[in-house]
Design a protein around this ligand. Sequence first.
Ligand code: AMP
Length: 601
Amino acid sequence: MGKVIGIDLGTTNSVVAYMDRREPRVIINEEGGRVTPSVVGFSKTGERFVGEIAKRQMLINPDATIHSVKRFMGKRYREAARDIPLVNYEVAENRNGDAAVKVSGRLYSPQELSAMILQKLKSSAEDFLGEPVTEAIITVPAHFNDRQRQATKDAGTIAGLNVLRIINEPTAAALAYVHDRRKNATIAVYDFGGGTFDISIVHIDREVGEVRSTRGNNALGGADLDRLLVDWLAEQFKEEHSIDVSADKIVRQRLRDAAERAKIELSTAMETEIHLPFLVADASGPRHLQVRLSRAMFETLAAPLFQQTITECRQVMEESKLSPADIDEVVMVGGSSRIPRVKELVKEFFNRPLNHAFNPDEVVAIGAAIQAGVLEGEVKSVTLLDVTNLSLGIEVEGRRFAKLIPKNTTIPAQKVQLVSTVVDNQRAVKIHVLQGESALATENVSLGEFELVGLDPAARGVPRIEVKFAIDASGIVNVSARDGRGLQNQVTIRAPTGLSKLEIEEARSEAQAHEDRREAAAETKDLRFAVEKQIVALETFLREHKAVLHRQDSSEAEQALKRGRMALAKSTDKTNLEDTSNYLKRFAAHLLDKMGGVQLS
Ligand code: AMP
């Protein structure tokens, strides 16, 4: 087995790490960065970029630059209404009712787009480690439901990764803490990232960490703070120029960029100036935006969102039946946890010093790498018991929700439920599986209607079907059933959600084909570069040794140069480039030989 990598697939940025003997290390990507923006960009010619290069085209090509796709992972289109205004690209409904992204008339599922990011991380890891990488641990927000976890796993499969486990981001951070500290403590992991907020309480007894409870909000993160600032900036501009820019995509993207920069600056400065020249132009000429934003103003605007995180903290304490005084340390995770007011509020609430020993951008990937080390057998003494973050249950009469596995149950967990028929000779039974905390089925997240078909005819109430609901260590739900005679295969289950096996397989071959094309293009580029270098070396040589060269040698050299230039002109003919490069190498050796060892450089 090759190296197993740990991936923090973030809303804004992603990080990949691995275990170097016993120590976790972050992998440097091809651009030299420790963090890769979770952005996919398509050029006008259909070329695809991921990471920093894609992020750079966000301003000029917002329709085809996909960021924050994590917000749409495993979501139905109708559930995505709150997220759509946060992005500038088109979000549409896929055939299966899920949210998808439309670029140049083609629909991409969030799984496919996330797979493009994962492919980039995988190839960075392969370059860095110098070996193929096929297995990974991927982290998700603790509050991700089954559909979102399954979608993340499917994204991994599409990217050619065998996802050994999905772990919760705060749990990963706690693992990093356990690995580093190895002391008994009860810690709170406050994770405020780009798109999500999570709070987890973890009890650590030497090398065993046990998550006591976890809460979160999948639609609360740095991007929401940016949006508040974008609205505020648009308002300021309207007041000054009487122009409403809120519907202009490019302007909004520029405002969003400036808002994020200002927000980050305000984590160290007390005031910042936002200057966007030529924001719009009308009959009277160009209009510029120039405003000052103070930290106090930002804190006032963002106060309700900051408070929401504290409310979650209060609730998680209630659920874990602990008080803030029981918490020994608070580990801060995620870029938004750097905001001074956030730090103050968290410190006030827990009345504890905050732990800043870990880099909030990297600690989750580090934890994922440690979990990889545990599964590889490289890290022996760290165990983490996680809990299910949402209650799992089924719909019962009156559209009510019956909990089978309550939230905060240690996973893996399972529950067997007996099900029967309600009419004579009923051949199929439908079970609506949901996740959530509401007593009303309609207010929870539907994981799908599982259909048990192929029942033998019998009077109503006679068939006894045992339905097993299991939540595995990745927090993924599995439902299996067997009838009273103990025949496992007698009952088939259909769960019509997410991507089908076939769709995943198709997306995977497409992703593989893209990877093959990318590799072939990279090889061609390398070959072109080799030929270009050989031509320059030969040209320099001819120039410098003109006086001493035989006429025949000069003319042969000119021929060789001509052949080289022709090969470059047919830019994509790999075989021709390869032959030409070999020929130029032989020719240079032959010429040097004749000249008696003069350097060709
Ligand atoms: P993450 O998902 O953990 O990568 O967090 C990314 C989010 O953190 C983005 O919304 C960033 O704008 C935000 N962020 C990063 N650094 C800072 C900072 N110094 N102050 C405020 N927000 C930050």
